[in-house]
Each structure stands twice: as C-alpha cells, then as structure tokens.
Design a protein around this ligand. Structure first.
Ligand code: UD1
Ligand code: CA
Length: 473
C-alpha cells in the first residue's frame, strides 16, 4: 500500500536514482493495451509501482517506456523523467535506456520491474537498507515461493552466496527445482552498472538482453552481490498474464476493503464488494453485498449503499441510501433515497432529501431539495425545484430527433401520473398538472395544466351492445 510520508533514505549517504522498467510488450497479456496500463482496482498497475518509488524520495526517477506507450506520460509523478526504449530487446536493454538520462549520475541506482503492483515503499526501503548495510555493489531481492513457476531462479554457491540468476526458460531441471526466485527489484552501484551494461549479450532462449545476467558480471569482476530475502510473497507477484492480473487485483481489492473497514465502514460481504483505488467512504456507512464503487466515487458518513449497486464517479453525501441501482457521474445529496432499480446518469444533481424511486431514469437534471420522482419516470435535461412531486410514469420528452431541450419545473409542483412534458417547457411554482396530460405549453405559477381528451360516458352502452348480439343470434 502507498505510504503518505516519504521514507527517509538517510541511511544511504549516497544519492539514489530509481529506474522503473515499463516498456515490455506484455506479450502474454494478448492485448493492444501496454501491460503496465492495465488497471488494478481502476488504476494502471504502473501507478502503484511509481507510488512505492516516489515514497523513497529519490533524487531522480526515470520511467522506461516504449515509443508508442500512450497514456504513460500522464501517470508520471512530478519530477519523473521518461526514457524511451526504442526496441524491446529485453530488461537489460531497458536498463540501458533508463541510464541514458542518468549519464552523470553517481550513487545507487534502484531498478524496479514496473509490473509488480503490490510492492510497497517499506519493502523497497528494506532493500535499500540492506544494500547500504551490506556494502554490496549490487543487491537483488528474492523470495521463496511454493510454486516458483516462470520466475527467474536464484542460484547460490556452496557457501550460500548468490552466484547467478537463471531464467526459468533457460534453467536445467535441477535449477527449476530451486524455490528462491528473483523478485525484480535491484540496487546497483551506478558506476559499476554503467561498466557492465555494454557486456550483456542475448545468447539465451528468448534472444533478449537479460538484466539478470548483470549479477554474474558483477561477481566475475569481484564485486560483492548481496540478496535481500523478503517474506512478502504478495509484493513479489508480477503481472504477466490476465490470470495474474486477476490474482493481483483480488489482493489489492481485499486490502482496500480492509482499509475501509478499519476506518469505520461496515461491509456485509467483502467477497462480493468491489472498490476502486481512491474511493472514499465515511464512518458508519454500510456497504451491502453485490456492490461496486468505482472511479472517483466518494461516499459520506451513515450511508447505505446496496445490495446490488454500481456507482462510477459518484459523490454521495451523508445519510443517503441507495439500493439496487446504477449511478454514473452524478451527485447524490444528503439523506437522499435512490432505488430500487434506478438509473441516475451523468450530470444529475439530487439535492438534500430528494428521492429517485423504482424504475426511474434521470439524466443531466437537477432534482431540488425534498422533491420526489418516485416511480416509473424518465427525467432528462430538467430542473425541478424544491418539494415537488413527479407522478408515476412521467416523461420529459427532451429530444426532437435533432436537439435536446430543457424542462423547467418549479417548486411545490404536483405532477399527475402519466404526464408527458414536451420540452422546451416551463411549469411555474405551485402549479398542478392533471394526470395523463401532454404538456406542450408553459404552465403559469399556481395554475392547473390539463391537456387530455375530455371523457365521454355513453349511457346504456352495454345493454345496447348485448341487444345487438341477441338480434344477430
Ligand atoms: C523478470 C526477470 C525474472 C524475474 C521476474 C520477476 C529478467 C530477464 N527476468 O522476468 O528473473 O523473476 O522478472 O517478476 O529480467 N521490460 C522492458 N523492456 C523489455 C523487456 C522488459 O522495459 O524489452 C520490462 C517489463 O515491462 C517488466 C520488466 O522489464 O516490467 C521485466 O520484464 P518481463 O518480460 O516481465 O520479465 P519476466 O519474464 O517477468
Ligand atoms: Ca514480469
């Protein structure tokens, strides 16, 4: 999880640069979207790694991307630099690209795989501390996994020191049996890194320049290489396929829900509750099962959301209750009631105590304080004043096939059931609308607007009809 305060790297007397590798093609994702842009709980997975890196307050932060990586620029924190890896020749080549802007840099260079979103700043601070304390020229991060799968294996010599990293695809059966893997977080002495990068070759199964081969280069030159063994299995999970994306997302989701619960939010069923990164929920609110809170959604205190709600980019004020409904890009005021089965669409404002009831769709409209749209209505491009009541089955006909038009309904208006407002049209304060009306003209304040055919009652109709039938028989 992100840490708000930068973690002091004062133990490291030397300046720190961080290179985040994010240029990989992500072939195993089978996607047109760059791998690091795939969302985990609504946020590109690269952003989590950048958070952890930023918390170290490095002197330089370089993000290596591909030339065509759209949208990555927007994710970079202030002060971060982007380096472009022209061709995807492997993680070693990506480090080479990342070192280009660091030509004159002297100090420690931390290299992070950009596809490991569960990493936190504490683990990286631990790695840096180990590097400094161990007086090594290179420090790698390792973890022991029950199923080491496709990860690079950490091969140690007879005295237990790191000897090399062997990629799974290049490993012998004996090496594959090793459970200690390379997590993909490293610290290197800048000068030595610069010295060994040009010596990397691509003579391996994948024909790539492996960053992991640097370990052997350092050792060959007599440089000390240390390993920071972490127990944090989750922080080590790389995202290389959609299966791993779902696994990482499930863990992130659980963390976000736990944060909310610890902050005073009740969640009936965390296993069926989905909350995006950055969503806030206030104290004593209750999230009921089968609910998704996504995007820039914020929920106030003492609210009830769900069961069965989807909210995207919605602001919900204190004390509101929403059940079995779909809301997007709207504002639900304090103590409002929404649902069940309500669709509240973009640019809608429900003022304090307003109600949007069952089978109601509201778009780009303002429903004033205490006003109610209780049943079976469509309200679009409409402004409703305070304490008005919109009868069941009311429709604002806002679209003439070319343009959208506004309906304005004042305060204390009572709209009868099954009314159609043909916009543009305005209804004044305190007016009444007769049920079944098709309102095409403005209704002044305090007036009754009725627009429907008058009722005729044809006396004796039934008897006459039966008489005719008898005559025919
Ligand atoms: C890498 C490690 C492996 C380790 C694993 C941990 C190498 C050779 N292997 O394997 O030992 O166990 O991570 O998750 O590094 N990248 C580029 N440009 C490229 C290729 C890769 O920027 O040309 C970036 C990727 O975006 C990614 C990182 O480098 O962030 C690692 O590349 P990836 O292909 O995911 O390597 P893995 O096979 O996961
Ligand atoms: Ca990877």
């Amino acid at each position: 999880m992100s840490v708000d305060q930068p973690i002091s790297s004062s133990r490291a007397s030397r300046p720190l640069a961080v290179i985040v590798l994010a240029a990989g093609l992500g072939t195993r994702m089978k996607s047109d979207v760059p791998k690091v842009m795939h969302p985990v709980c609504g946020r590109p997975l690269l952003s989590y790694v950048l958070d952890a890196a930023t918390a170290l307050a490095p002197a330089r932060l370089v993000v290596v991307t591909g030339p065509d990586h759209q949208g990555v620029e927007a994710l970079l924190p202030p002060g971060a630099e982007r380096a472009v890896q022209a061709e995807r020749l492997g993680s070693g080549d990506a480090v080479r690209a990342g070192m280009a802007p660091l030509a004159g840099f002297d100090g420690d260079v931390m290299v992070l795989n950009g596809d490991v979103p569960l990493v936190g700043a504490a683990l990286l601070a631990g790695l840096l501390g180990r590097h400094v304390d161990g007086a090594a020229r290179a420090t790698i991060t390792t973890v022991v996994l029950a199923d080491p799968g496709h990860y690079g294996r950490v091969i140690r010599d007879s005295s237990g020191d790191v000897a090399r990293i062997v990629e799974a695809r290049d490993a012998s059966p004996g090496q594959l049996a090793v459970a200690e893997i390379n997590v993909g977080f490293y610290v290197f002495d800048a000068a030595e890194l610069r010295r060994f990068l040009p010596t990397l070759t691509a003579d391996n199964v994948q024909g790539e320049y492996y960053l992991t081969d640097l370990v052997h280069r350092f050792l060959e030159a007599g440089d000390r290489v240390d390993a920071f063994l972490t127990a944090d299995v989750e922080a080590s999970m790389g995202v290389n396929s959609r299966v791993e994306l779902a696994q990482v997302t499930a863990i992130m989701r659980r963390r976000l829900l736990e944060q909310l619960m610890l902050a005073g939010v009740s969640i009936d069923d965390p296993s069926s509750t989905y909350v995006d990164w950055g969503v806030t929920v206030g104290r004593d609110s209750l999230i009921r099962p089968q609910t998704m809170l996504t995007g820039a959604t914020s929920v106030g205190e003492r609210c009830t959301i769900g069961p069965g709600c989807f909210l995207a980019d919605v602001t919900v004020d204190d004390g509101a209750a929403i059940v079995s409904s779909h809301l997007v890009g709207c504002h639900v005021g304090p103590d409002c009631n929404v649902g069940p089965f309500t669709h509240v669409r973009a640019r809608t404002e429900l003022a304090a105590g307003a109600k949007a009831g069952s089978f109601v769709e509201i778009k780009a409209s303002r429903v004033g304080r205490g006003s109610k749209v209780p049943h079976l209505s469509y309200v679009g491009d409409t402004t409703i004043g305070e304490n008005s009541n919109i009868g069941a089955g009311t429709i604002t006909a806002n679209y003439d096939g070319e343009h959208k038009h506004q309906t304005v309904i004042g305060s204390d208006v009572k709209v009868g059931s099954d009314t159609v407002f043909v916009a543009p049209v305005t209804v004044g304060d305190g007016a009444y609308i007769g049920a079944g009306s098709i309102i095409t003209k403005d209704v002044p304040a305090g007036a009754l607007g009725v627009a429907r055919a008058r009722q005729d009652n044809i006396e004796g109709y039934t008897d006459r009809r039966r008489g005719r039938r008898r005559d025919r028989a």
